[in-house]
Design a protein around this ligand. Structure first.
Ligand code: F6R
Length: 242
């Protein structure tokens, strides 16, 4: 596990974008695992800039997003589909067919999950998985639990996650309580993992993920077992590490 502490959100974003860009330069047909939320927004901005400056090409890249809210369609401004298009995909030369995001409107979520796993396998697996982290230590939407859920599945979101996510919605009633998420095994199978965290509200989760016991009660702690994982954390998120 490599831990890189940086000054602030901007430096975290720049470093993360550089790592993703290097991955694409070294392997133009990379399979990227992508995250949403507030944390990777700066990284996407820098990646778009790197693309516009002519340094990277997404023509052969394929992407798989970690998760999607259950019950939100693609046009819904709060859906992760919408987020990815508005913040990233519409600015780069990636084809529609190369983008994969779980379908939160699928009638049969179990089938949708199996199909998502099949697609990832068919592409040869994820080369680089980008992760954020919840205040409760969740990765993807794998919430604290009594066991690690292995594969893509339907999740009941934690009360804390619902509260945290409510900042993006008009009212509490609009916040979805369920999501479809890659599982821990799906994430752990990625060849490389890059976790980003910024802000003091992530400090406890970051401490637990790095120094805590490996437990499904803090899902990110499982990353201690991954052979190639890098955390990029800003000063505030790293504040409990020393
Ligand atoms: C999003 C995701 C979540 C977020 C986490 C942190 O695709 O998988 O695990 O990374 O909830 O969210 P932010 O970045 O908004 O603090």
């Amino acid at each position: 596990m490599r831990i890189i502490c940086v000054d602030d959100y901007d430096e975290m974003s720049k470093k993360a974008a550089n790592i993703v860009a290097s991955q694409i330069i070294l392997k133009p047909d990379s399979i990227l695992g992508l995250a949403t939320g507030a944390t990777p927004l700066g990284m996407y901005k820098y990646l778009v800039k790197t693309y516009k400056d002519g340094h990277i090409d997404f023509e052969q890249v394929k992407t798989f997003n970690l998760d999607e809210y259950y019950g939100l369609d693609k046009e819904n401004k709060q859906s992760y589909y919408y987020y990815m298009h508005e913040n990233f995909f519409k600015f780069i030369n990636i084809s529609k067919e190369s983008v994969n995001i779980p379908n939160g409107m699928a009638k049969d979520i179990y089938q949708e999950s199996l199909e998502y796993e099949r697609k990832i396998r068919q592409c040869g697996g994820i080369d680089l998985q980008v992760l954020g982290i919840g205040r409760n230590g969740h990765i993807g939407f794998n919430e604290p639990d009594i066991k690690f859920e292995a594969l893509t599945h339907m999740v009941n979101l934690d009360e804390q996650t619902i509260n945290d996510n409510s900042r993006f919605f008009d009212s509490m009633e609009d916040v979805p309580t369920k999501a479809i998420s890659m599982g821990i095994k799906t994430i752990m199978h990625a060849r490389k993992i890059l976790l980003l965290a910024s802000g003091k509200e992530k400090a406890d989760a970051i401490y637990g993920a790095i120094y805590g016991k490996i437990t499904p009660k803090l899902p990110a702690s499982v990353l201690q077992l991954h052979p190639d994982v890098m955390f990029i954390v800003d000063k505030e998120a790293a504040s409990k590490l020393n």
